[in-house]
Structures are given as C-alpha cells and as structure tokens.
Ligand binder design. Structure first.
Ligand SMILES: Cc1ncc(COP(=O)(O)O)c(C=O)c1O
Length: 375
C-alpha cells in the first residue's frame, strides 16, 4: 500500500475521486517545479497580475481578486473578521458541515452570529432565506454555493437576488470552495460581495492557496470594521494587490501553477466546456447510483455536479468499500462527519474525464457486488 501512497519516484499513484485535494495534472506539477524570482520582483508582479486577470474571467467579475496563503478556511475567517462590526449581526445560512463551520468561525471570533439551518440534504430555497432575513436586522450573510458534506448545490441564481433585494446594503459572502471552476457562478450579475475557494478542488492545484473576489462595497465596509487582525486584513491585501503583490511571502510556485491552470481553463478547455464536463460527470454518477438502487442524499434537483453524496440504501459497510477501492488504486470517500457510513461520496471535480469516471464506476460496481455477497 505504501508504494501506492508514497512512491519515491512518482509520489502517490492513487486515482483520486475525492472532493479535494484532487488529482493535479502534469502541466501544473511541471509549472510549480520551475524556479521563480522573489515576491517583490517585476516578474512576480507580472505573474500575480495574470492570476488576478484569470480569476476575474473565471468568476465573471470586474471586482478585485485576492490571493491568500491559506486554505479556504482562512478566507472564511477573514470575511468574519473584516466585514462584521461588533454591534452588527451576521446570518449564516447553513446546509451542512461547512456551513456549520463558518458559523463556528464567527462564534470563535467573538462575533454576533445567528445560524439558520435546514434538514441536511436540503438546500436553502429563496423563501427560507427571506423568512430568515425578516427575523432580525443583519449586516452580512454567509452561505455555501456547494455544500461538500451533503452534496447539495444551493439555487444561487434565485437565492442571491432575494437576499440582495431584501436589503441592498447586505454584504453577501459565498463559500464556493468545492464548485469554483466546476460550476458557473456569475459574481457581478448576482452581486456577490466575496466569493472564495481554495485551489485543491475544482481548480486541481495542490493545497495551500486560496482565492477570492471582493466587491468595492466589501472593501469599504472593511474600512469601518475595527480589529480586523493582521495576516488576513482585507485592506492590507487590497493595497498590495494594487501593485500586484501580497503583503507577505506567498507560495510563489503555487501561483505559477494557478496561472498555468487558469490559462488552460480559459484558453484551452474553455469555461463553458469545463462546466458542461462537470454537469456530465454529475449526471453520469447519478445515473449509476439509480442503476445500483443507491439513493442520492440531496433532495432531487439540488444535487451537486462536483461531488455526489449517496445514502447507504444497500446497507453495506462503506468503510470497507472505501478500503477495497484503495486496494484497487482508487480513493473515494466515506460520508463527512455525522454522515460517516450513512453516506459515501464520489468527488468528480477538477480534471476528471467521463472516461475516468466510467472506469472507476465499473470497478466500484464490482466491489459493491462482492461486498453484497459478503465475499
Ligand atoms: C464547502 C467547503 N468549504 C470550506 C472548506 C474548507 O476548505 P479548506 O480545507 O481549504 O480550508 C471545504 C473543504 O472541503 C469545503 O468543501
């Protein structure tokens, strides 16, 4: 097994069907292994500018885009610290484990936070958001586009306008960690103030970097908030971003990888094609589940196209299933947190092709058949 996980020459040889970190393509590995200049050099700034420009295209936005030396949770914390004043309330619309985590980030930062939830597997529908907003006066709303634990994709195109219509001054922060670069989300059209993600999911880069778009309204708001902290102060990041730099030393090779990947996504695969491929991957996985008599965990119509969460309809040992897949060279994952063994998940994000998915599903079908025979 260790040879599969840690091969001295080739690294891990496992085929990852995970909701991140995911398989990293050769072009990115090559790019990040190249030598770089320092983060205060002209060549770095050129590279930084390219990354920002690419992110703006990816997110359909003219807003500024920032690069963080952290995973997504760092920006989730930055949103809480930079955008909520001490006398204001933040509303967290949670549909699963990562929504709950954002609320917890708010709580542990001593902010005034309120959480509205749904039964896991369900989305936040516009009526529910409306109802939640009308209960109190909120300044910032936090929500996931794609909830990686339940495999639910919120109806963002309907939901965000309802939130914005309720109060145009509301700042809306979206955690798109497991859908950015996999599912289309038009930031400016919807008026999303902060849209964040880490790069080890649909962007298919190694972990360690996170990105976000930030509106002028959010930047202005940060200017009114005290105690924003030091490392994740939006204003310091925005100031340095103006000269195409970061306040502190960033993972320069990672940013080279990001530029390489954005160039591939925008100019070789094409955005629409990339979104379509993810749609096909989601559909194919759901078709397979139906044929296997495995029920999807999300409510019908709200299933994610980047990660499929499936119930334990067949009553099999999912931990053992995951182990047997590992022996075949594939990593799929058990349910997240409280959903462990009650669900399992297939990640189909990043660079996975339909053919890759078909090959994996064939093997998984066989593994499940043997498990059912108790073989
Ligand atoms: C929806 C969502 N939000 C946040 C996170 C946390 O991301 P990170 O581990 O990059 O901080 C994850 C990780 O899986 C996620 O799926």
């Amino acid at each position: 097994m260790s040879d599969i996980h840690f091969n001295k020459e080739e690294g891990s040889k496992l085929k990852l069907f995970t909701p991140g970190p995911v398989y990293v393509p050769e072009r990115v590995l090559k790019a990040i292994s190249l030598p770089s200049d320092t983060h205060r050099s002209g060549p770095y700034s050129e590279m930084h500018a390219k990354a920002v420009e690419g992110l703006q295209k990816l997110l359909y936005t003219e807003n500024k885009c920032l690069i963080f030396t952290s995973s997504a949770t760092g920006i989730m914390e930055a949103c809480v610290r930079n955008l909520l004043k001490s006398d204001e309330k933040g509303l967290f619309l949670s549909i699963g484990a990562f929504g709950d985590r954002w609320y917890q980030v708010g709580e542990t930062n001593g902010k005034n936070v309120v959480k509205e939830t749904v039964e896991w597997g369900k989305p936040i529908i516009p009526e529910l958001a409306q109802e939640a907003l009308s209960k109190d006066k909120y300044s910032v709303v936090f929500l996931q586009s794609n909830e990686t634990s339940t495999g639910v994709y919120n109806p963002m195109e309907d939901l965000i306008p309802v939130i914005k219509d309720h109060d145009p001054n509301l700042i809306v922060c979206v955690d798109a960690t497991s859908s950015m670069a996999g599912i289309k989300l038009e930031i400016d059209k919807l008026g999303i103030d902060v849209c964040l993600a880490s790069v080890q999911k649909c962007l298919a880069l190694p972990p360690g970097l996170a990105v976000c778009s930030i509106s002028d309204a959010a930047i202005e708001k940060a200017g009114q908030v005290k105690n924003r902290g030091y490392y994740f102060d939006f204003l310091t990041l925005v100031k340095k971003n103006k000269v195409n730099q970061t306040p502190n030393t960033p993972p320069i090779p990672q940013i080279r990888g990001l530029v390489t990947q954005l160039d591939y996504i925008l100019n070789e695969e094409g955005l629409e094609k990339r979104f379509q491929r993810h749609t096909q991957l989601g559909k194919r996985t759901r078709m397979w589940a139906r044929d296997m008599n495995i029920e999807m965990f999300p409510e019908k119509g709200y299933e994610s196209n980047t990660v499929s969460t499936m119930k334990n309809t067949l009553n099999i040992d999912y931990a053992e299933m995951v182990n047997r897949m590992l022996l075949k060279g594939y990593r799929i994952v058990n349910g997240y947190g409280s959903l462990v063994n009650k669900t399992f998940r297939i990640g189909h994000m990043g660079e996975i092709s339909l053919k890759d998915l078909e090959n994996m599903l064939k093997i998984l079908t066989d593994v499940i058949a043997k498990l059912r025979l108790n073989a």
